[in-house]
Design a protein around this ligand. Structure first.
Ligand code: ATP
Length: 511
């Protein structure tokens, strides 16, 4: 098994063992691509949401929030293009009867070439030692250049075929590259077909077509149809944004890689309404802003990259993905799209209601352009967990697993641990717990040896352990242990609040 697969398996098992993520309906053997967030998972998820909301809404005077319904009038999806064009190209292997997304089969093929480039770099870095310059190597080494050329050709062919809906050529490309089904090992493929990703349901008891409803496949449309409600009630002037966090549903053809691709997931989206013609300025602004938001968490700048789109969705005139280095390679974490006036105009036409803004400076009415930032909350969760999962060999020969989650996002900020269950230590520990829990999520634990309790908190990613011992009763001091360095310090109880507050203060990150 490749090392990355091994690490990914460990992360998945760790999520279950420490109450982060459970398979949905597990007692019935689960439901494919659906997951439940456990006690630590829901805390981490809420902390990610808060971190996003704070930086996008609370720290921008001109961005406000919204929580729109999951069900929307069915015409919404006609207008947005989802009924006609929200399709993925699917292909089946005739021998294994397994179904795949044709574009993902090709992308996985490209990813394998990327892995080869990484290996070339690794080999060269060993050969050249300190003198190795990766940038120079990948722009001059003939083998790497050949591989990159191959990637570029495949990419441009795939994009051209997909954008023209040329599914026969997509199949031909799969055959040309001799892509085989990982299960049957054969290239006995069916034709490529389009598959609509929306989940259909019905309202009330009616069964005629007009009452077909869809579970929303994105949160964005709830923002567009409320554009004037929000603008008028908040008296916002363009440029301004509307942000929303909520569930979205897609009947993904293949849902794999744990919470990376699910059928029910959560998005954090912001639609920024601007003057027509100013979209490139704002596109650059939000690209830069969103990348800074990611790197502010300190999970390593090398883990992120932009992937600018060559083929654009029907609604966009510029688009990029922020990709994250997941254990299975660089994959999309967030999309930034310049959506022009496509959505508002379409809703205007389909509803017959004007969705225009009167610009007092220009003294004219227009349909605003829109810049969108759209991040998957669950993918963000996976990015954090997979990059913070660390296995360490300690000096005493023991192994420890630690989640080096950015402290501001850690589910539990401090664990309060009485050394023993007697001699009034639990009472003292609970007193400390009471003084901290109003501001920080804390956990009280008295079971097992102190060493075992430290390991458990390391595995959950708790930045601080506070140990209460007999000396605490005498001089009001405790031992404060830092998760990452494992350093222990004797400090006075009075200082605890400010030490933790300093560690998880948002201005340390976003200031
Ligand atoms: P992909 O190409 O991976 O299918 P997408 O380009 O269709 O994603 P968008 O429509 O741009 O995704 O959605 C915005 C964000 O929502 C994505 O960047 C991703 O983080 C998240 N997302 C999309 N689909 C899923 C899914 N099935 N499960 C979890 N998160 C998702």
């Amino acid at each position: 098994m490749a090392n990355y697969e091994n690490i990914f398996k460990k992360v998945v098992a760790h999520c279950k063992e420490y109450g982060y993520i459970f398979q949905s309906s597990e007692i019935y053997d689960g439901l494919a691509a659906t997951y439940d967030y456990g006690p630590n998972g829901v805390e981490l998820k809420n902390n990610i949401k808060n971190y996003w909301w704070k930086s996008m809404v609370n720290m921008h005077e001109n961005i406000v929030g919204l929580d729109s319904a999951i069900f929307m009038h069915p015409t919404t999806w006609k207008a947005s293009g989802h009924t006609d064009a929200f399709n993925d190209p699917l292909i089946d292997n005739k021998d294994s009867k397994k179904r795949y997304r044709a574009d993902i089969l090709i992308e996985d093929y490209i990813a394998k070439i990327e892995v080869k480039i990484e290996k070339d770099c690794l080999k060269a870095s060993k050969r050249f030692g300190d003198a190795f310059n990766k940038q120079k190597f990948i722009t001059t080494n003939s083998r790497v250049l050949d591989r990159q050329k191959q990637i570029d050709i495949i990419n441009s062919k795939m994009n051209a075929f997909l954008s023209k809906g040329n599914l026969k050529d997509v199949k031909k490309l799969i055959e040309e590259l001799d892509i085989k089904c990982p299960i049957s090992g054969t290239n006995n493929w069916t034709d490529v077909r389009q598959f609509n990703l929306m989940f259909k349901t019905q309202i009330g008891a009616a069964s005629d077509n007009s009452s077909d409803l869809y579970l929303r496949p994105e949160t964005a449309q709830g923002i567009f149809v409320n554009f004037l409600n929000v603008q008028k009630t908040t008296r916002m002037k363009i440029p301004f944004g509307i942000a929303q966090i909520g569930k979205a549903f897609r009947n993904e053809i293949i849902a794999r890689q744990f919470i990376f691709r699910m059928r029910e997931f959560e998005q954090m989206e912001m639609q920024f309404f601007i003057r027509p013609g100013e979209e490139i300025k704002w596109y650059k602004y939000w690209k830069d802003f969103r990348m800074k938001w990611h790197t502010s968490l300190g999970m390593g700048e090398d883990n992120y990259r932009f992937h600018d789109h060559e083929t654009l969705a029907h609604y966009a005139n510029a688009a990029t993905d922020i990709e994250f280095k997941f254990p299975f390679g660089f994959k999309e974490l967030e999309g930034i799209h310049s959506r022009t006036d496509f959505d508002l105009k379409a809703h205007q036409e389909c509803s017959g209601k004007k969705l225009q803004y009167f610009d007092p400076e220009l003294e004219e009415n227009y349909v605003p352009y829109v810049l969108e930032t759209s991040i998957g909350l669950d993918r963000m969760f996976l990015a954090i967990l997979s990059s913070s999962f660390t296995e360490e060999k300690l000096e005493n020969g023991e192994n420890r697993v630690v989640l080096n989650i950015p402290p501001i996002l850690s589910p539990i900020k401090a664990a309060i641990l009485p050394l023993t269950k007697k001699d009034n230590l639990p009472e003292k520990a609970r007193e400390i717990m009471k003084s901290l829990q109003i501001d920080f999520n804390c956990q009280y634990e008295e079971k097992d040896s102190i060493g075992k309790r430290y390991r458990r908190q390391d595995a959950i990613g708790t930045p601080y352990c506070i140990t209460v011992d007999h000396q605490t009763l005498k001089d009001n001091t405790i031992t404060l242990r830092d998760r990452t360095s494992m350093k222990q310090e004797r400090i006075s109880i009075e200082k605890l609040h400010s030490i933790i507050a300093e560690k998880v203060n948002i201005s340390r990150y976003l200031g």
